[in-house]
Design a protein around this ligand. Structure first.
Ligand code: FES
Ligand code: FES
Length: 163
């Protein structure tokens, strides 16, 4: 079936099988491989993207359900020359090691900061409960989100919260 999805501000139309998951649509149809598959069972959060402005695990959504909707992936979050504040935060606070979980962590964190620009450490940990990291022990991830929250308050890059 034909599906048109607006990804990072650009419309893409593809003929897909009805069973195609959003994560496979993004990776295999569009070549946007920044969205990772860690488990395929809704556990790890590596596949987190924004759908209609909300963070979702893209391994739990069918591509056809996204027809006409806006999707934002990690590729739409910043550029090497102008990182998103969360990307700066993960860089500055050493919030990643292998980086496999990082795109999902950033997309989930962006949703948190959109709704709660001043999260406590506890709130950050609670919000990221559905995102697994096998490398960092989470401490530096929390610091990375706190760093981004400060930047978004205007004492850094001044970039507004996502979406
Ligand atoms: S791949 Fe989607 S939650 Fe793990
Ligand atoms: S940095 Fe390796 S899984 Fe999180």
């Amino acid at each position: 079936m034909n599906v048109t999805v607006n990804v990072n501000g650009k419309p893409y139309t593809r003929d897909v099988e009805p069973r195609t998951l959003l994560v496979h649509f993004l990776r295999e149809e569009l070549g946007l491989t920044g969205t990772h598959v860690g488990c395929d069972t809704s556990q790890c959060g590596a596949c987190t993207v924004h759908l209609g402005g909300n963070a979702v695990k893209s391994c739990t959504v069918l591509a056809v359900q996204c027809d006409g909707m806006d999707v934002k992936t990690i590729e739409g979050m910043g550029t090497p020359a102008e990182l998103h504040p969360l990307q700066t935060g993960f860089w500055e606070e050493h919030g990643l090691q292998c980086g496999f979980c990082t795109p999902g962590m950033i997309m989930a964190s962006a949703e948190l900061l959109k709704h709660n620009p001043h999260p406590t450490e506890e709130e950050i940990r609670y919000h990221l409960e559905g995102n697994y990291c096998r490398c960092t022990g989470y401490h530096n991830i929390v610091k990375a989100v706190q760093h981004a929250a400060k930047l978004m308050k205007g004492d850094g890059t001044g970039q507004a919260a996502d979406d």
